[in-house]
Design a protein around this ligand. Structure first.
Ligand code: BTN
Length: 267
């Protein structure tokens, strides 16, 4: 497929979609970059009270969770990272990555995407197929102010021969909506939702957003396997707790899971 005609991200269109939130963001749009997460972490922008966003039309070394690669082709996905700073001495931001997933889900719903689900900790699925991935990386930031780089990749229109992991379980917005939406508008919509939800989160913690996350839980009450750092677990997905930990009902009782890869357990 020739995607040399893809539309590059456009600052004016992003600002228009940001609506009343434009002043809250600083926006840098690049044609190409290794990884927007790596770049923001390497060159932390000044703390001027704004949320610094770096987006790239194409990443040459995009990174996913657990050391995986996030591949990109021109026009295939929206890829960006936003640097969020928290109050000095704020507690470790538990549940933050789940909030980012919820923000993406809401923006997609605003665009008319149906069947949006969240897979713990922060994949966004549509009818069971992965549409977006999120990589949150914490940094101590300057001084004592903690910061989080929230990196988001959303599939717009993957090449038919895309060699992506989980090839059978991936989807894109062109398939969900009949055509890929304008990437700049989508970026603006996601940033607005991130801003709204991170404000709630900063004021009240993840518990205030837990219900909204659970409504979209892809594996609610289903049998799942968890491939953890240390041990594999099997049980029934019982939602998430106020810290964003996954709750797993096992024969030995309720377990809190803090990291790992969840998959459906087939009978
Ligand atoms: C995953 O599904 O494993 C997470 C994928 C995260 C990809 C995004 S794309 C923008 C940002 N820059 C990166 O290198 N990774 C994240």
């Amino acid at each position: 497929m020739d995607r040399s005609d893809y539309e590059a991200l456009d600052a004016g269109a992003v600002l228009a979609a940001l609506d009343g939130f434009a002043g809250a963001f600083s926006l840098v749009l690049l044609k190409e970059c290794d990884s927007t997460n790596s770049r923001l972490l390497a060159e932390l922008p000044p703390d001027d009270g704004r949320v610094h966003v770096l987006a790239a039309d194409v990443q040459t070394s995009g990174r996913g969770r657990r050391g995986r690669a996030w591949k990109s082709w021109p026009g295939a996905s929206l890829t960006f990272s936003a640097l969020w700073r928290f109050a000095p001495d704020a507690p470790v931001p538990a549940g933050l990555s789940l909030v980012a997933g919820l923000a993406v889900a809401r923006a997609l719903e605003e665009l008319g995407v149906e069947g949006v689900q969240l897979k713990w900790p922060n994949d966004v699925l549509v009818h069971g197929r992965k549409l977006a991935g999120i990589l949150v990386e914490l940094t101590p930031g300057r001084g004592r102010v903690p910061a989080a780089v929230v990196g988001i990749g959303i599939n717009l229109q993957l090449p038919p021969d895309a060699d992506v992991e989980y090839a059978t379980g991936v989807t894109d917005l062109a398939a969900c909506l009949g055509q890929a939406p304008d990437a700049s508008r989508l970026l603006g919509l996601v940033l607005v939702q991130l801003h709204r939800l991170f404000e709630v989160y900063a004021a009240a913690g993840f518990s205030a957003l837990r219900g909204a996350w659970q409504q979209r839980n892809a594996f609610a009450n289903l049998p799942v396997n968890i491939l953890g750092e240390a041990e594999a677990l099997a049980g029934t997905c019982a939602g998430v707790d106020d810290d964003g930990a996954l709750l797993l009902q096992t024969p030995g009782g309720l377990r809190r899971v803090l990291s790992g890869e969840v998959s459906l357990r087939l009978a």
